[in-house]
Design a protein around this ligand. Structure first.
Ligand SMILES: O=c1ccn([C@@H]2O[C@H](COP(=O)(O)OP(=O)(O)O[C@H]3O[C@H](CO)[C@@H](O)[C@H](O)[C@H]3O)[C@@H](O)[C@H]2O)c(=O)[nH]1
Ligand SMILES: [Mn+2]
Length: 744
């Protein structure tokens, strides 16, 4: 951006309306990449050809024949999947907004923005975490009277309400503090965790101390209320909202609650510097056991209706409760994409990557998804088909509600916000409660053609796809300063469960009527359809991976060779494809800010996820198709015990529980260990490498290497995070049985 962005120069060009509000740049070295990727494609074709032209047909080779056919299927699967992964690398481009041009042109006419924050459980998502996110958005550098923040509490918790009430008071100090000193980041929790050693006793230092004290006091009040399980009577008397909890209500059974804590229309609602405050609303939609609540999608749809009653802003920013805003200018930057005179009107949403502020240096659970955020999602954005990831996404309300894109429409973001100038708070609350009731959606299109789509554990991806198929474009924006930071899972258990939900949900989309190849046919680009499948097909990719870590191993034990021998030229395509794609993958990973060890950790998680989470995701999707299983949404916890935290910080993998996923992981690790030992013994005893088996030995060795932490957790560790002995015994038995399978 730099100097020519501000001041006179822009002002002049601006009047003519010449300068766009954002630009797009093609990824570097795109041409070179295309050539490179074509050579890998040639290698893959050669591998397929080798399989087909060398089918074993000798006497007594039946076992080998079947194993061979399986290898071909697996490699066919890998190859096709690889082609899909290329589509999003083919077209990588990056967008950059010009927020100064926006301010110059539109400062007085900036549109309203509604911010939705979702929370679902006061234990797994502590209210203090939730309000830090809320406060970070209240302090956005944006005209406060145009901002409205809505908290949806699916936990229906009095403590979350109490915390939000506390936050509404604290914001009167926090917002002026942030704006006066232009502090970044504006989540108080994250801000006070930053290094403060340079403050000393300047004026700023004093204010810093004072506000920190206020913050801690507020936190203490909230935490002690939670601890004692009671909200002090004098607090309860302060706000009428608490009376909603006078009835005996539970998380699954309660009336709808809507409380406007700050009314942004009120010119007397000001912070301590006398500036207006943004609107702040607490909402817990009605929950009844006999009504399906549709998880987060249901919450979002209720939020959309309630907010349309209260503020009805044309844009909606949607955040998970752990994703705080890390850059105060994000709203302005994002609006550049929507308000660009040339292309803005066709944009339905702008998605930011999911970043986390609790990652360890080498990202032990591969949560960061460096390459996904840095390359793949940018590639999808290049097709105008950025994937909606559920959080960190700014939507155009009309697109999210379900309207089709109409060619030539102006994308009226500047329509005057409505009617309710003279409606009382009480009136708005009562009207909103009706919109947040269970029965409201009965016989409507909500959850089908309107709002977020129901019935899928990845409501976000499916909804984004549906929006694109209604003709809208969507963009991806990955700014240098992270716009949002959240909490990543910190145990393997939680990580695998999250990936199971995702892989299952995404495969459901693939087998549903929303499959991008049919539903998106002729509407979104072929590259984008394929790009979607990189994720939608996570679950079935478990099959070739499982095959590849089991069958070559068992065949090795039986002396059955499945790869070309070392002296054969056919070895070349195998060697080239494996080496080139891995070298490239390291390079790509490092260029997206990963570390070498992080890449190695990623390989481990890649294997573990594919053989456990994705496999179960696959099975559950099949069961669901047969009508034997129902959609669920297992919430990811955002808290951990000290013990677990310590191991996490030392990058020691946390197993601990005895889920069946760990049984699979350790069985596969042991099987390959056994065969590797056998293979090495053979090499040593025979004094020569068994030529035809060498690739299989290498494959086993790689699986063993990548699994080293698994053996540690099985045999060497004794802390609470190690693999439980029940899992160990089961996997020893299973792996030994597998070794006994004869192949001839
Ligand atoms: O019944 C529910 C369940 C969840 N949530 C909220 O949904 C968000 C995401 O839940 P989380 O457990 O953190 O799941 P993640 O796997 O981290 O979520 C990712 O994946 C989800 C889809 O599977 C998306 O909805 C999320 O935006 C995306 O961050 C949180 O704010 C929850 O409070 C609800 O509001 N109601
Ligand atoms: Mn989350």
């Amino acid at each position: 951006m730099g100097t020519q962005e501000s001041g006179v120069v822009v002002g002049k060009d601006d009047e003519a309306g010449l300068l766009p509000l954002f630009e797009r740049k093609a990824g570097r070295l795109r041409g070179a990449y295309r050539v490179f990727s074509s050579t890998i494609m040639v290698g893959i074709c050669l591998i397929w050809f080798y399989r087909l032209s060398n089918i074993p047909n000798g006497e007594g080779e039946r076992g080998k024949l079947w194993a061979w056919i399986g290898m071909f299927m697996a490699e066919l699967g890998f190859g096709i999947y690889w082609i899909f992964t290329q589509s999003s690398r083919w077209n990588v481009s990056y967008s950059h907004p010009f927020k100064d041009r926006l301010s110059n042109r539109y400062e007085e006419k900036l549109p309203g923005v509604d911010i939705f924050v979702c929370t679902a459980d006061p234990i797994m998502e502590p209210p203090t975490l939730v309000i830090s996110t809320v406060l970070s958005t209240m302090a956005y550098n944006y005209p406060p009277e145009k901002l409205s923040i809505y908290l949806s509490d699916d936990g229906g918790s009095e403590f979350t309400f109490f915390a939000l009430l506390e936050a509404s008071h604290f914001s009167k100090d926090w917002i002026p503090f942030c704006k006066r000193f232009k502090v970044e980041t504006r989540s108080p929790e994250a801000y006070f965790a930053l290094d403060s050693s340079s403050l000393q006793d300047s004026k700023f230092g004093q204010e810093w101390l004072a506000i920190k004290k206020l913050y801690e006091e507020m936190k203490n009040r909230i935490e002690s209320a939670i601890e004692t399980g009671k909200i002090p009577k004098e607090t309860r008397d302060q706000h009428k909202g608490f009376s909603e909890w006078d009835f005996n209500i539970t998380k699954q059974n309660h009336q709808s609650i809507v409380q406007i804590l700050i009314d942004g229309r009120d010119i007397n609602a000001t912070d301590n510097d006398g500036n207006r405050l943004p609107t702040l609303v607490y909402m817990a939609r009605e929950k009844r056991p006999q009504w399906h609540h549709n998880f987060k999608a249901g919450a979002m749809n209720a939020l959309m209706r309630v907010s349309s009653e209260i503020s009805d802003a044309p844009f909606i920013l949607n955040l998970d409760c752990d994703m705080y805003a890390n850059d105060s200018d994000t709203v302005r930057e994002t609006l550049c994409f929507f308000m660009d005179e040339k292309e803005g009107h066709e944009v339905a949403y702008v998605q930011f990557p999911q970043n986390f502020d609790n990652l360890t240096k080498n990202d032990i659970y591969a949560d960061a998804a460096f390459v996904t955020s840095g390359v793949e999602l940018a590639g999808m954005g290049g097709y105008g088909a950025s994937i909606y990831c559920g959080t960190g996404c700014l939507h155009r309300r009309e697109a999210l509600v379900g309207r089709k894109y109409i060619k030539g429409s102006s994308g009226q973001w500047n329509i005057k916000s409505k009617k309710n100038v003279d409606r009382s708070i009480n009136d708005l609350e009562e009207a909103s409660k009706v919109l947040a009731s269970c029965s409201y959606e009965k016989d409507t299109q909500w959850g089908k053609e309107m709002g977020l789509i129901y019935g899928c554990p990845v409501e976000d991806v499916i909804t984004g796809l549906a929006i694109q198929c209604r003709g809208w474009k969507s963009l991806y924006y990955n700014p240098d300063r992270k716009a949002f930071l959240g909490v990543a899972p910190t145990t393997l258990d939680a990580e695998l469960l999250q990936h199971k939900r995702w892989s299952e949900g995404m495969f459901q989309i693939f087998v549903s009527k929303y499959c991008p190849f049919t539903y998106g046919h002729g509407v979104i680009k072929l590259g984008a359809q394929m790009g979607y499948c990189v994720y939608l097909l996570w679950a079935p990719t478990s099959l070739p991976v499982l095959y590849y870590v089991v069958v070559p191993s068992i065949c090795l034990l039986n002396g059955v060779s499945l790869f070309p021998e070392v002296s054969s030229l056919w070895l070349l395509p195998f060697a080239y494809v494996i080496a080139a794609s891995n070298v490239y993958s390291i390079f790509e990973f490092l260029s997206c800010d990963g570390t070498p060890k992080g890449w190695w950790n990623f390989q481990r998680l890649w294997l573990i996820r594919r053989t456990s989470s994705y496999f179960f995701g696959f099975l559950d999707t099949i069961l669901r198709q047969l009508g034997l299983s129902q959609t669920k949404f297992s919430l990811t916890t955002k808290v951990m015990t000290e013990d677990v935290l310590k191991r996490y910080e030392q990058e020691v993998m946390e197993f601990g529980s005895s889920t069946i996923m760990f049984t699979i992981t350790s069985t596969l690790a042991l099987l390959n260990l056994f065969t590797l030992v056998w293979g090495i013994k053979k090499v040593v005893l025979d004094f020569r490498a068994p030529d035809q088996l060498i690739l299989q030995i290498i494959l086993c060795a790689l699986v063993v290497l990548v699994n080293l932490p698994v053996y540690q957790a099985l045999f060497l560790r004794s802390d609470k995070g190690c693999i439980p002995s029940s899992v160990m015994f089961k996997s020893i038995v299973l792996a030994s049985l597998a070794c006994l399978i004869p192949v001839s």
